[in-house]
Design a protein around this ligand. Structure first.
Ligand code: FAD
Length: 546
């Protein structure tokens, strides 16, 4: 248990954070690294140290989140010494009884330049809670927030005095604060209180469990050629492995504690939750759809450590920041879909934005314009990302469409939000404004392309997993866009890089659509029929018989 930091005798804080999960604990660290004198309180229901392995789901990071944790928060040593390096995202498509070498695999044969990690959430949150306390934060753990009264009396001009009442040791305590940030996860205290819920029109469910054993996909196929496609040492198991099928995907994530996290995520129109909503049913479901996975789990069923299910997990919020000095971060703000592991990315983006608002306010600057501007940038990124998942689950069993969609989705992600985040520009309202034409074009192209992938599926739904390894390490635009994230650019160079990425994404759109139209002439789309100047993906199209 972490007791209050005795440094602060007052019960008034500069910032009160509701919820000491990943978003809340990282926000405190972020603020205290820049402003060690800020008085920060965190109210958390659980008691630290929390359990390792089974604490939370959300173990796989991608580039933005990994950069935030490793570089912005200075957690690289913890991530390297106490967590696992991640060998990218990897996807397998095959019929139930084919071997892995007979199916299509999409992933890298080498690590991409920008690192990412597999994190044991309990281990990370324990580390953060200890470090935050040492840095001066006051953690009220073992508390249940009961009431929040938001002070909206001064519209961002003078002081605010928010009130938080929580239950601790059977008695009610009250603290007040100038800023309040809701990081209470799915409890979403403020979002619910203010009726800000927004239905995203994206309905997916999940179940997951942890097994106290390392389940290594590398051992599922004895073909030595297949085994060595990713190097001499087995390392596919370090990827976030996705077993793909129509309407679903299954994740396999290794944890540093030696356990494996396994989850099923599905569109209920194709796989209703009641077909896999218990451990036994999940095993039966896996036996039917992913028998090799079920077979690999079988010897370890007695080592099951937890089982959880979540229904209708995606949700949004109409508002996330207020000039009245409150903000929503992490899942208390919004959650999309775990397919490309964007949860930690949106924690990074939201925390960076609310941190900027708090810093401007502390410096005596008005946030009247900045708060709605940053909110609009956040919601634009969120909505753009939503397009990649919404109504796309039927395509998930189709290796040809998905292998190409991955290139598109990664190019949009690395070429736009990741590029700006790595260069610390997502909170620079003026800079973002100067890119608005390109941002709008990417948004428009993404909208059309996600429609196009659905049209492609309608025109050619047949799933034929050709035996192929689509090695993303050999796709030059992917390795380049990822590598470029590791370069720091000044404003002018960044603007040029962004503009050239918009051109690249446009070219990619033309190449993909024209190549697909060559074989499927009846696809009706509003995308220009102009030919692309370069054929960057020709080897991938050839390999997949497109
Ligand atoms: C199925 C699934 C898979 C996912 N996979 C990934 C992934 O691979 N990678 C990824 O980046 N993200 C993933 N995510 C998202 C990830 O889980 C979230 O982004 C992350 O856990 C959110 O962190 P948080 O701090 O906002 O919420 P939490 O970690 O849930 O923290 C909220 C905290 O608030 C506390 N709390 C709640 N109510 C109260 C109260 N009344 N009083 C006091 N304390 C309270 C809770 O105890 C909790 O500790 C996944 C999500 C789901 C649903």
């Amino acid at each position: 248990m972490i007791t209050e930091n005795k440094k602060h005798t007052t019960d008034h804080f500069d910032v009160a954070i509701l919820g000491g999960g990943l978003a809340g604990l990282t926000l405190a660290r972020q603020l205290l690294r820049k402003h060690p004198d800020l008085k920060i309180a965190i109210t958390e229901k659980q008691v630290f140290p929390v359990s390792e392995t089974t604490h939370k789901v959300g173990e796989s990071t991608v580039e933005i989140g990994a950069h935030y944790f490793g570089e912005r928060l200075g957690l690289k040593k913890h991530l390297i010494d106490h967590q696992l390096p991640k060998f990218g995202l990897r996807f397998f498509f095959k019929d139930a009884f084919q071997s892995l070498s007979e199916g299509t695999e999409v992933g890298g044969s080498t690590f991409f330049s920008a690192p990412s990690y597999q994190v044991d959430r309990g281990r990370l949150e324990n580390h953060l809670a200890k470090a935050d306390t040492e840095a001066g934060a006051t953690i009220f753990d073992g508390t249940q927030v009961r009431e929040v009264i938001l002070d909206s009396s001064d519209n961002g001009t003078k002081e605010t005095n928010h009130q938080i009442t929580f239950l601790r040791d059977d008695s009610l305590q009250k603290i007040t604060s100038k800023w309040i940030v809701d990081a209470s996860g799915r409890a979403a205290f403020i979002r619910r209180k203010l009726n800000l819920d927004e239905d995203l029109g994206h309905d997916i469910n999940a179940t997951w469990f942890r097994i106290d054993a390392q389940i290594q996909i590398d051992g599922w196929c004895e073909d030595t050629d297949w085994q060595q496609l990713t190097g001499k040492v087995p390392r596919r198991w370090l990827s976030t492995n996705h077993l793909m099928g129509e309407g679903y995907w299954v994740w396999l994530i290794p944890l540093a504690t030696g356990s494996t996290s396994i989850g099923i995520v599905a569109d209920p129109r194709i796989h209703p939750l009641n077909t896999f909503n218990s451990f036994e049913k999940s095993l039966d479901w896996l036996s039917e759809h992913e028998p090799q996975c079920a077979h690999a789990i079988e010897p370890h069923v007695d080592k099951m450590q937890d089982f959880l299910a979540i229904k209708k997990m995606s949700m949004g919020s109409k508002q996330i920041f207020s000039v009245d000095r409150w903000g929503l971060v992490g899942e208390a703000a919004a959650f999309l879909d775990p397919f490309y592991s964007p949860g930690s990315d949106f924690i990074a983006i939201g925390n960076t934005m609310v941190g900027r608002l708090i810093e401007e306010d502390v410096a005596g600057n008005s946030i009247t314009h900045l708060a709605p501007t940053l909110q609009s940038v956040f919601l634009t990124l969120f909505q753009n990302n939503l397009l990649t998942y919404r109504d796309q689950y039927p395509l998930f069993g189709n290796p040809r469409i998905m292998a190409i969609k991955f290139v598109w989705d990664y190019a949009v992600y690395w070429g736009f939000p990741a590029l700006l985040y790595f260069n610390d520009k997502l909170t620079d309202a003026g800079f973002i404004q100067s890119l608005s034409r390109g941002v709008e074009e990417i948004r428009d192209m993404n909208l059309k392309m996600q429609d196009f992938f659905r049209d492609w599926y309608r025109a050619d739904p047949e799933v034929n997993a050709v035996p192929a390894f689509v090695d993303q390490s050999n796709i030059e635009i992917m390795t380049r866009l990822n590598q470029e994230l590791t370069e720091r650019l000044d404003d002018e160079a960044l603007r040029k890089r962004f503009d050239s990425n918009v051109d690249l994404i446009r070219e990619l759109m033309l190449e993909i659509t024209s190549r697909v139209r060559e074989s499927l002439t009846d696809i009706d789309t509003s995308i220009s029929q102009e030919p692309a100047r370069e054929q960057r993906l020709a080897p991938v199209f050839d390999m997949l018989n497109i």
